[in-house]
Design a protein around this ligand. Structure first.
Ligand code: NAP
Length: 265
């Protein structure tokens, strides 16, 4: 019996990378999972590749299977409202929300455009706010729920990422505040601050600084005590723990998952 048998989880930005690994982990442990991502075809494709939780699907669902893929820009109120309504209608409830969708638009401050700022703040902060506001109605009504927000070690400051660091530190304040407001209703709210995780996001950074993916990852591995980079599965395992019953006494926390890199930098 998996830890998430009978649960419905929504993971945003889950068509690839960390989000897909988180969605996979929840599905492996018995949850029915809604993959939300910008592109509906990518979201549906990712949902179709998740392990089957063995739950009979809702016959009214267009997609069949135990999981659901939905195109949704998390920074748009109407899209968030209709996506959450579809999840509850087609998967039969909502118990877990992982706010993972993210983008980078790196630039030194003097070159950062209004759009670079607004897009990053919009996806990370407004996105987490809209998704959480929509989900909490269901959590509060059933007096149970779990929210995990993706922060980053960049929250502590990172050259070229004034927009992203601000959003990721904002996520930590948002997490603590939701923990205070929703705790009395049986809802745990925590954040994960990953260090370097091998994904398309960090591969794109390698290209931007003119390094091969291999050299960029090797340099990151060299900088931390465990001498390896992180993988999406490291974050998936952390998210699964924070959303499990065993973590019921943990709320409002940001767990740094970086192989100890912050200890030595
Ligand atoms: P990724 O590979 O770039 O995946 C991000 C996903 O989010 C993509 O599928 C992307 O869709 C989707 N997305 C972007 N904007 C969206 C929106 N407005 N609405 C819905 N979905 C949207 O990134 P990742 O490395 O897996 O990172 C996942 C999360 O972890 C992010 O919040 C990131 O900031 C955080 N994080 C990552 C690292 C790392 O080292 N990788 C470290 C610390 C924190 P498209 O492909 O269509 O753009």
């Amino acid at each position: 019996m998996g830890r998430f048998e009978g649960k419905v989880a929504v993971v945003t930005g889950a068509a690839r990378g960390i989000g897909f690994a988180v969605a996979t982990r929840f599905a492996e442990e018995g949850a029915r999972v809604a993959v939300l991502d910008l592109d509906e075809a990518n979201a549906v494709d990712a949902a179709s590749r998740l392990p089957d939780s063995g739950v009979t699907s809702d016959p009214s669902s267009q997609q069949g299977g135990a999981h659901l893929g939905i195109g949704c820009d998390v920074s748009k109120t109407d899209q968030v409202q209709s996506a959450v309504a579809r999840v509850v209608g087609e998967l039969g409830g909502l118990h877990i929300l992982v706010n993972n969708a993210g983008i980078t638009r790196d630039n030194l401050l003097f070159k950062m455009t209004d759009d670079d700022w607004d897009l990053v703040i919009g996806v990370h902060l407004r996105g987490a706010f809209l998704m959480s506001r929509e989900a909490q109605q269901h959590f509060v009504a059933q007096k149970a729920g779990k929210i995990v927000n993706l922060s980053s070690v960049s929250a502590f400051g990172n050259r070229g990422q004034a927009n992203y660091a601000t959003a990721k530190m904002g996520i930590q304040g948002f997490t603590r505040t939701l923990a205070i407001e929703l705790g009395p209703f049986g809802v745990n709210v925590n954040a994960i601050a990953p260090g370097f995780i091998a994904s398309e996001m960090t591969d794109a950074t390698a290209a931007r600084v003119g390094l091969s993916v291999e050299d960029f990852r090797a340099a990151a591995a060299e900088r931390n005590p465990v001498r390896r980079v992180g993988f999406p599965e490291d974050i998936a395992a952390t998210a699964a723990f924070l959303c499990s019953d065993e973590a019921g006494y943990i709320t409002g926390q940001t767990l740094v998952v970086d192989g100890g890199a912050k200890l030595v930098s």
